[in-house]
Design a binder for this molecule. Structure first.
Ligand code: KE4
Length: 424
């Protein structure tokens, strides 16, 4: 299917926007071809500028849990907008929003709204460093926490696990305060804390990884992070920007029965608008200005229109939504497994709730080392086949696909058939 309108738009876009996109993954460079320029979206569908229609599994990279353009969310945004777009002053709606998030996450005793997941994780780390008066943070390879300098870091060589920049423009010194380990590697985490526990401010983790594809925590991994942090006076930061309100109303922490010291949220809590948050223990959050010495601010933080979208979304996170997401997720997982088995293609399907990834990899994926052995060329061919059959799958082997409450059993059946046909 040649989408000439998107191709022409992409050419124009590349003349004024680096790579033609406002976020790299949208450029389809991991799968080749040109990105589809989306004109509008509704429910589980996105529509190209050329009128093409797709079953959507990107869901704006997670926010569209209820489906796109949910009428109640749209109405809430319209009503809020009529009252003004931004005041730079406190509003009652922000108080109700903070209380609504705390009702979902009781461990978030206090929170601060920001405008993106990057701001949320960047701020949570500054708070952890300010509270503990320590500099080192620990992250895991394959986890993405936004584009703050100290998080664009990959594992250094050798045992030190010192970080090295994973992007140009990140100073070596900044990267060196980030220690990087393999996801799911409890012994390595224990050894690092034994060696340097008194220097570690925080451990930040995706409790279920979406950013190397869907990789669940092995039993005991998340618990080890929480207990080691507690033992050594560090703080656990669960980055639930993606998993928050997706894996349960209270995200991964509800699903696994855990409570981190700090939590970052984004995506779903904003209902598709620029709204994110960080929060947690009151004693920790009380270091944030104007109460305490850790500075963090934002012109549009807690923006009334974004908060209206977030509130309207949170109010609709009813148990039936998660029952449906679990049912459809299981059906999609079974359909993808059946398709790859019938095609005789080595593949692993990994799913937690409504996050799912088809890895072109003949082994389970527990870490980045495993994920990076996936056949990305085969993924790219499969992705193009899915797109040509009207399925809009995330354009990277290293991204999770997302179901919404608007998807139907027929969508799943159609997707499984397209998956089989696209495997050749
Ligand atoms: P934003 O700054 O993009 O709002 O959030 C950063 C972030 C933080 N933490 C987690 C766990 C995340 O998944 C993200 C952003 N996720 C990507 C998708 N893998 C956003 C898509 C994009 O970068 O365009």
């Amino acid at each position: 299917m040649s989408d000439t309108i998107s191709q022409a738009l992409f050419e124009r876009a590349r003349a004024v926007i680096p790579g033609g996109v406002n976020s790299p993954v949208r450029a389809f460079r991991a799968v080749g071809g040109n990105p589809v320029f989306i004109a509008r979206a509704k429910g589980a569908r996105v529509y190209g500028e050329d009128g093409s229609e797709y079953v959507d599994y990107v869901g704006s990279w997670g926010p569209a849990l209820l489906g796109h353009a949910h009428p109640d969310v749209i109405r809430a945004v319209q009503e809020a907008a009529e009252g003004g777009l931004s005041f730079g002053a406190p509003t009652s709606r922000e108080v109700r929003f903070a209380e609504a998030v705390r009702a979902l996450y009781p461990q978030i005793e206090k929170l601060r709204c920001v405008s993106s997941g990057t701001e949320a994780t960047m701020s949570a780390i500054r708070v952890a460093r300010g509270f503990t008066r320590r500099d080192f943070i620990v992250k895991f390879e394959g986890c993405y926490h936004g584009h703050a300098d100290h998080l664009l870091v990959k594992a250094g060589s050798g045992l030190a696990t010192f970080g090295v920049p994973d992007s140009a423009g990140v100073p070596e010194g900044t990267a060196q305060t980030t220690l990087t380990l393999a996801y799911n590697d409890i012994p390595a985490l224990e050894a690092l804390f034994a060696a340097r526990g008194s220097e570690i401010a925080a451990v930040i983790v995706e409790p279920v990884v979406g950013n190397m594809g869907c990789v669940p925590p092995e039993p005991g991994f998340l618990e080890a992070i929480i207990s080691l942090c507690r033992k050594h006076g560090a703080l656990s930061i669960f980055d639930e920007v993606m998993t928050g309100c997706r894996l349960a109303r209270g995200g991964a922490q509800e699903r696994y029965g855990l409570r981190a010291d700090l939590t970052t949220l984004g995506k779903i809590i904003g209902g598709g608008m620029p709204l994110a948050a960080y929060g947690g223990r009151e004693d920790v959050m009380n270091v944030v200005a104007p109460l305490g010495p850790v500075y963090q601010a934002g012109t549009l933080s807690g923006n009334p229109v974004a908060v209206a979208a977030g509130l309207a979304t949170i109010e609709r996170l009813v148990p039936e939504v998660y029952e449906k997401l679990e049912r459809l997720g299981a059906a999609l997982e079974a359909g993808l497994k059946d398709a790859t088995a019938k095609a005789g293609v080595p593949a692993t399907v990994q799913r937690v709730g409504s996050m799912i990834t088809l890895f072109f990899n003949d082994k389970p994926v527990r870490s980045w080392a495993d994920a990076s052995r996936s056949d990305t060329k085969r993924f790219a061919t499969w992705h193009a086949g899915m797109l040509s059959r009207g399925i809009y799958w995330p354009p990277s082997q290293y991204e999770a696909a997302f179901l919404s409450a608007a998807h139907t059993d027929e969508d799943i059946t159609r997707t499984a058939l397209a998956a089989r046909a696209s495997l050749g």
